[in-house]
Design a protein around this ligand. Structure first.
Ligand SMILES: [Zn+2]
Length: 433
């Protein structure tokens, strides 16, 4: 199959940029929303322009194939959905760079030595149904499809209903061993969600590890009451333990050299002149090891229970999602570092607290990640940024990494592993946002 000349990076970026962008520059590409469907159409049109075979898997992930889909496939890509109010780069940079890399590689090969796919993983952010990396988790069997499909968004729409409304039949959702068995390596390029590369003066880095992380829901039930007539001593105000939870999470994460965030609170009824009756808060926690995350969350929960008993408030907690994190295989990492270094010079290794589809896939296939410098360090916000020059360095790095994988007759797990420098999961150099 010969490829038609595709758009270059800038043209692709320009065509995708307005989709789901609000007047203030923030992005709203929630999974299976109209904006997300427009992004998916954009993906299909990019595949068509390159004569790449398009295929939508059982879990709603989109694949564009160069070469006959089959065993030994080298896969790259990321996601096109966003958190509510997100930035332009988180996700799309990896997909656009994937297509741009294909354009460069097809100058070298008419037919690639192994099949190469660019993928758009569905619902990576979990911004609508609360479970991050839904598409890759479903594919790799790391989530129960029935439970996930029954989850609702804030309007009460289930994931299954949202998929159907988008014209996708969710009945086949679930583990896809046949597809997984075809993948010899997955390389995801992503905007860095911190300022490590800025500090190191490097445009591109390689991921060393992704920290384990999870999300917990805390439901507080007190007694709604009048703000003007209820004595302070008589109140059962659920927002007081919520306030403590926010501060405890911060203090305990600081002491544990971990990360904990309460980024969402819902208050009922939410009236200025009323003591609230109920409140819910969502805790996101991340640390270098599973035990560290579990211990941190348990300790925050124990402190919260104490505050609740002080204020006669009932507390129910629920784990909403969990990611084991990933130690990306050293052999593939070294393979990547060597191939990218030949094209760009030495590139640093970074640990990250952010979850990614590559970390989900790493449980089943050799996976690796490249990060592109983000001078603001900000992510999940319109201030997320990357210069065009750095984006193009990212494309060069990805192209070199994919070329080396396509050219290497061995499986990535068999590639020789070099010195394992800087394998620490420490994030002293990294400040994820
Ligand atoms: Zn992302």
């Amino acid at each position: 199959m010969s490829l038609a000349q595709g758009d270059d990076f800038a043209d692709m970026w320009t065509s995708l940029e307005p989709v789901g962008r609000a007047p203030d520059g923030s992005y709203h590409r929630l999974a299976w929303s109209e904006a997300d469907l427009a992004c998916r159409d954009w993906f299909r049109s990019q595949a068509r322009q390159r004569n790449m075979a398009l295929d939508e898997d059982r879990n709603g992930n989109l694949w564009a194939w160069w070469g006959e889909p089959g065993p030994g496939a080298v896969v790259t890509g990321s996601h096109l959905d966003s958190v509510p109010g997100g930035g332009a780069f988180d996700g799309p940079l990896g997909v656009v760079s994937g297509f741009a890399a294909v354009d460069r590689l097809c100058r070298r090969w008419t037919v690639p030595p192994k099949p190469l796919a660019v993928v758009d993983f569905a619902d990576e952010e979990g911004g609508r149904f609360g479970v991050a990396c839904a598409g890759s988790r479903l594919m790799t069997g790391q989530v129960d499809p029935d439970t996930l499909l029954a989850r609702t968004d804030r309007s009460g729409v289930t994931l299954a209903e949202a998929m159907r409304a988008a014209g996708f039949d969710p009945t086949g959702c679930g583990e896809d061993p046949e597809r997984i068995s075809k993948i010899s390596a997955f390389v995801e390029l992503h905007i860095e969600q911190g300022r490590a590369l800025e500090g190191l003066g490097a445009p591109v880095g390689v991921a060393a590890a992704v920290w384990p992380h999870g999300r917990w829901r805390f439901d507080f039930a007190g007694q709604g009451d009048h703000a003007g007539t209820t004595r302070l001593a008589d109140r059962r105000d659920p927002l007081i333990p919520v306030a403590h939870l926010i501060l405890d999470a911060r203090a305990q994460a600081g002491a544990a050299e971990a990360l904990a965030t309460v980024g969402r609170v819902e208050v009922n009824p939410g009236a200025t002149n009323a003591v609230a009756s109920r409140a819910s808060a969502w805790l996101d926690a991340r640390a270098p090891s599973r035990d560290a995350v579990r211990n941190l969350v348990e300790s925050i929960r124990a402190a919260s229970l104490e505050h609740c008993s002080h204020h006669d408030v009932a507390l129910a907690t629920k784990e909403e999602s969990w990611s084991d994190g990933a130690d990306f295989p050293g052999a593939l990492q070294e393979h990547l570092i060597a191939s990218v270094a030949a094209a760009l010079g030495a590139i640093p290794k970074l640990a990250t607290g952010a979850g990614h589809d590559a970390a989900i896939l790493a449980a089943r296939v050799p996976a690796a990640m490249l990060f592109v410098r983000n001078p603001t360090g900000i992510s999940h916000d319109p201030a997320e940024a990357a210069s065009t020059q750095d984006c193009l360095s990212g494309v060069d790095a990805l192209t070199a990494a994919l070329a080396a994988l396509l050219d290497d007759p061995r499986r990535p797990s068999e590639a020789p592993s070099g010195p394992q420098a800087d394998q620490s999961r420490s994030m002293t150099k990294v400040t994820p946002r």
